[in-house]
Design a protein around this ligand. Structure first.
Ligand code: NDP
Length: 253
C-alpha cells in the first residue's frame, strides 16, 4: 500500500464520530500520525486503540474547542508530543437548524461557539506550526482543510444561522488561502451534502422529524465519502492545490 502521508502529523477535530472519525482513519491509512480531538474521550480512546493496532501513532485530545485555552493547549500538545503539524482538518461542528422565529438563542450561541469561534481558536494556534511544516518537510507543503457544507454555498429556509457559520468559514478559508499561498500552506474547504452521521440527532424535537420527512428515502453520503475528499486534497503533489470540493449525495437537489 502507498503511504503518501508517511512522516506527517495530522490533527482532526470532531473525530469522535461521523466525518471526523472516518477522516482520521483515512489519513492514518495514508501513513500519517493522527491526533484526534473531541469532548467524548471514550469514543476517541476506542478509535485510537483501533488506529494503534494498525500501527498508527495516535494522540487523544479530549478537549472542548469552544474553550480557547483548551483548544490552544490541544494544538500545542500535538507539536510537543508528535513533533510537528502538517495537516489540520477543522471538522468539529454542530447543526441546530429550524425556523429563526422559533429558535432558542442557546442553539445559535452553540453553533457560533463551535463552528466559528472554536475553529478560529484551533486555526490560529495551528498556523505557525503549519507554516513551519511546509518549510521543513520533504513534501514542502502543509494543509488546512475545513469541513463547510452545501449550506455554506446555498442558504435555504430553516438553515439561517447554520448557513451564517458555514458561509463564514468558507469566506475565512478563502482569505486565508490567499495569505498563506506564499508559505506553501494549502487552504481548502470540503462542502458536504447530506451525510449519514450523528449531526441531525442534536436537532430539537419537531425539527428533527421535519428534516427526516424532507429527506424522505434519500440515499445519504457516507462519512467515508467525505473522508475520501479530504484525503484527495491533502495527498496531492505540492504543485496542486484543490481549494474547494462540493460533494452532494447524487439524490440531492
Ligand atoms: P457528528 O455529530 O457525527 O460529528 C460532530 C463532531 O464534532 C463530533 O465528533 C463532536 O464530538 C465534535 N464536536 C462538537 N462540539 C465540539 C466541541 N465543542 N469541541 C470539540 N468537538 C466538538 O457530525 P458530522 O460528522 O456530520 O459533522 C462533522 C462536520 O461536517 C460538521 O462541521 C458539520 O457541520 C459538517 N457537515 C455535516 C453534514 C452532514 O450531513 N452530516 C453536511 C455538511 C457538513 P464530541 O461531541 O465528542 O465533542
Amino acid at each position: 500500500m502507498t503511504a503518501p502521508l508517511k512522516g506527517t502529523v495530522a490533527l482532526v477535530t470532531g473525530a469522535s464520530s461521523g466525518i471526523g472519525a472516518a477522516t482520521a482513519r483515512t489519513l492514518a491509512a495514508g501513513g500519517a500520525s493522527v491526533a484526534v480531538l473531541a469532548r467524548r474521550g471514550d469514543r476517541l480512546r476506542a478509535l485510537a486503540d483501533e488506529l494503534r493496532a494498525d500501527g498508527t501513532t495516535t494522540l487523544v485530545l479530549e478537549s472542548d474547542i469552544t474553550d480557547r485555552r483548551q483548544a490552544e493547549a490541544a494544538v500545542e500538545r500535538v507539536v510537543a508530543e508528535l513533533g510537528r503539524l502538517d495537516t489540520v482538518v477543522n471538522n468539529a461542528g454542530v447543526m441546530l437548524t429550524g425556523p429563526v422565529a422559533e429558535a432558542p438563542a442557546q442553539e445559535w450561541d452553540r453553533m457560533l461557539a463551535v463552528n466559528v469561534e472554536g475553529l478560529l481558536h484551533v486555526t490560529r494556534t495551528a498556523l505557525p506550526h503549519l507554516i513551519d511544516a511546509a518549510q521543513d518537510s520533504p513534501r514542502q507543503v502543509a494543509d488546512l482543510v475545513t469541513i463547510s457544507s452545501t449550506a455554506g454555498r446555498v442558504a435555504r429556509a430553516g438553515t439561517a444561522v447554520y448557513s451564517l457559520t458555514k458561509f463564514g468559514v468558507t469566506a475565512f478559508s478563502e482569505s486565508l488561502r490567499q495569505e498563506l499561498q506564499p508559505k506553501r500552506v494549502r487552504v481548502g474547504v470540503v462542502e458536504p451534502g447530506t451525510v449519514d452521521t450523528e449531526l441531525a440527532t442534536h436537532l430539537r424535537d419537531g425539527v428533527r422529524e421535519a428534516v427526516a420527512r424532507q429527506l424522505g428515502g434519500m440515499e445519504k453520503l457516507s462519512p467515508q465519502d467525505i473522508a475520501d475528499a479530504v484525503s484527495y486534497m491533502v495527498t496531492r503533489d505540492r504543485r496542486v492545490a484543490v481549494n474547494e470540493m462540493l460533494v452532494r449525495a447524487a439524490d440531492q437537489t
